[in-house]
Design a protein around this ligand. Structure first.
Ligand code: ADP
Ligand code: MG
Length: 439
């Protein structure tokens, strides 16, 4: 019956619709003229129900010659894999963080390796294979949405696959800090400490948020030492290297640098395409190659956004009933950026003009306040509006090294948050750059 329905529908629906929605579904059961169809995920189920239930029922009627009913369920297996949190060790008495909350999708097999993350990937694998022996701690750093959390959790999955009894803690810095406060409040420090100090693998995410939290830093320092001394593995993720985390105790910063610090860069176009391809496969979505290329070209800096665009594209074609082509999905992609047209010369010129400093001063080593401010601003704008790498930006400003550039960008970002004056200045400069670029 299902095969018959498929061949009917194939003729009636567009190929992308068929490939995306109908093909991944299977017949679960046919009983008393009711056909139950199994779909790969909850999203697909509601789509099919809303848009194609009628077409399927009609096709069914044509195949067997009498009316049928259709109903949809979500395949159990996929329901499990789409569950965001897996819980190991229910452990009734321990605090909630005793549970390793790992996203089941963040495994090594789903991680696409490219030039941007090769080192980090190798290091993570080494740590997963022999925790405590290779790089301890492993410090992963990189911008937002570039795969730090994914890679970190992949280490956890790997360990659990080898031995389900491995004691793992994956925790965000924020949660660690909150649990600590809660433990103090409830007079349960003993439990808190025991919990974190008896694990085999501690993964702490977004450590940059520990900045300025003195008490959390203090406690984490001791946790770190206890684990480190007993040869347990620690993995840390951060959006920047330790020395650029403001108000981080020196002793922590130096501990974070004891093992290996490895960074994840922005992915190149091939890697972005491979990531989309893999995502489409896992989600059972059919997406033509030129569409993959088109999406990958539009999103360069954040993999989360890249994946989001793919999901939107698939949803869009199925709502609109249009075929999945580069033209049809264009409206749902972000507007093209003016970026490419803003040149580094234009930025230098503009900053000189606005802040009344000379280009020569900006390239010099002068530490005069107005000059170094203009220089930092320039680095920030170059990062924001051009594709220049950090070392290239350093070069453009008289051969500064990339950590100086990173520091400058960070400084501007910080003062942007604190100082409305800086915010307005940035706004004005941005507007001028974009206006000039359009001419
Ligand atoms: P970060 O923690 O660095 O902000 P995440 O690890 O949360 O970034 O990654 C953002 C999204 O991009 C996740 O859905 C993740 O699975 C995906 N992702 C990132 N890097 C890769 C990669 N190399 N291969 C496949 N998916 C990736
Ligand atoms: Mg993260």
């Amino acid at each position: 019956l299902w095969d018959g329905i498929l061949s009917h529908l194939k003729g009636r629906l567009s190929r992308p619709t068929f490939e995306t929605w109908i093909k991944p579904a299977t017949a679960q059961q046919f009983d008393q003229d009711c056909l139950i169809i199994r779909t790969p995920n909850p999203f697909a189920r509601s789509w099919l129900q809303q848009h194609y239930a009628g077409a399927i029922a009609q096709a069914g009627e044509q195949v067997i010659g009498r009316p049928i009913q259709v109903d949809f369920i979500v395949s159990e297996q996929s329901e499990e894999t789409s569950k965001p949190v897996i819980e190991r060790e229910p452990a009734p008495v321990a605090p909630p963080a005793n549970v390793a909350s790992l996203n089941s999708k963040y495994t090594f097999s789903r991680f696409v390796v490219g030039a941007n993350n090769r080192m980090a990937h190798v290091a993570a694998l080494a740590v997963a294979e022999m925790p405590g022996c290779n790089y301890n701690p492993l410090f992963l750093c990189g911008g937002v949405g570039l795969g730090k959390t994914h890679l970190m959790q992949a280490i956890g999955h790997y360990r659990l696959d080898i031995d389900t009894r491995t004691k793992i803690a994956y925790v965000s810095t924020e949660r660690f800090a909150n649990e600590l406060i809660e433990a103090i409040r409830r007079d349960a420090m003993q439990t808190f400490r025991e919990h974190y100090r008896r694990v085999d693998l501690l993964m702490i995410d977004d450590i940059q948020f520990i900045e300025g939290k003195e008490y959390t830093q203090e406690e984490f320092f001791h946790t770190f030492n206890a684990l480190y001394e007993s040869g347990k593995q620690i993995v840390i993720a951060s959006d920047r290297p330790p020395q650029l985390i403001p108000r981080l105790q020196e002793r922590l910063s130096s501990r974070f640098s004891m093992g290996l610090i490895t960074d994840i860069q922005q992915p190149d176009i091939e890697t972005r395409m491979a990531i989309l391809q893999k995502k489409a496969e896992y989600e059972n979505m059919f997406v033509p190659q030129d569409v993959i290329h088109h999406i990958a070209s539009a999103y360069t800096t954040n993999i989360r956004e890249l994946e989001g665009a793919l999901i939107r594209a698939v949803a869009y074609v199925s709502i609109s009933g249009l075929p999945m082509t580069v033209e049809t999905i264009s409206p749902i992609l972000s507007p093209p950026r003016t970026r490419g047209e803003i040149t580094d010369e234009a930025i230098l010129e503009l900053v000189c003009d606005e802040l009344k400093v000379s280009a020569e001063d900006m390239r010099s080593d002068s530490r005069r306040r107005d000059i170094s401010q203009a220089r930092q601003l320039c680095m920030y704008l170059l990062r924001k509006y051009t594709d220049l790498s950090l070392p290239k930006i350093g070069q453009a400003l008289g051969g500064k090294d990339h950590t100086t550039v990173l520091y400058a960008i960070d400084k501007i970002e910080q003062s942007k948050l604190r100082d409305p004056e800086v915010q307005r200045l940035l706004q004005r400069l941005g507007n001028r750059l974009e206006a000039d670029a359009r001419h």
